[in-house]
Design a protein around this ligand. Sequence first.
Ligand SMILES: C[S@@+](CC[C@H](N)C(=O)[O-])C[C@H]1O[C@@H](n2cnc3c(N)ncnc32)[C@H](O)[C@@H]1O
Length: 298
Amino acid sequence: MITASPPVANPQAPPRIGLEQYYSEAGPDYAAWSPEFNMHFGYYRFGANPLDRESMLEQMNVEVLARLRLNATAEPKLLDLGCGLGATLRSFARRLPHARLLGLTRVPWQVEHANALDEKAGCGERVRVIEGDYEETPLLSGSYDGVYALESSCHAHGADKGALLAEAHRLLRPGGRLVVADGFLGGGRFVSRLQERIYRKLCECWVIDQLGRLDLFTARLEQLGFAEITVERLQLRVAPSVAHIPWVTLKFLLTDVVFGARKMTRARWNNVLAPVLLPLVSAPLGPMIYCMITATKS
Ligand SMILES: C[S@@+](CC[C@H](N)C(=O)[O-])C[C@H]1O[C@@H](n2cnc3c(N)ncnc32)[C@H](O)[C@@H]1O
């Protein structure tokens, strides 16, 4: 059992920052992590250069695409649930010339900037980013060959992320594939109250209620009728990109904070703090693990 007790409200605490505010204010800062605005960790393939962060981030896109198993689909329709600034959509557009790609984000600032980046990249009509809630979309049932959530499922409600998974199931055609890559609580315990508090702070910084619990998440997939459920633990694959955090943070502090023109808001500081806290609660020190979960709609 994981010993994550419910957070106790502190009446003196400043009001929580909402998702839209966080991603609008901290959004431009992701350029320090990835010039292509890949807002996720990287996937390290043995033999690759661990110093080349952008290629590891791009490799994560490639790994998600491989698990969507689209080989036999001539004109695949794909949906990105929580697309950020659309880097994964643009990566897929380069690799799948006949695909139609839709991205969903709750953040209007991201819609505007993702669509501008798509246009600049010459994606044309095939790629579109719209505003919406991935737990309740206006999109047609059974209309997607593949649906994926890359480091966005963490924001969904509940420890089983049930509403997000139910919506993904509704949107997929029979035989369609779901891929989710994210941090989860993997079954281990917090080693101390302090570590649990660090976990809570990390969640607050990244505007997450709670991470998914791996056992509840996979049980929900089964209950919804997904088949071929596989869980890959990718801690070692993401570790080389996680190792870039101290250097990226230091560079960001020396450039954007000291000499930057934009005011450092609480949301922006949170985005600096969260990645620093991450290794303190992740395996091997803590219960947080990084997983890629795939499933097929029966
Ligand atoms: C860490 S970013 C990841 C972005 C992108 N998948 C990537 O890897 O570059 C998380 C994204 O999830 C989106 N998100 C969170 N909750 C959402 C919701 N309920 N509906 C739609 N998007 C959501 C945020 O707006 C943000 O774009």
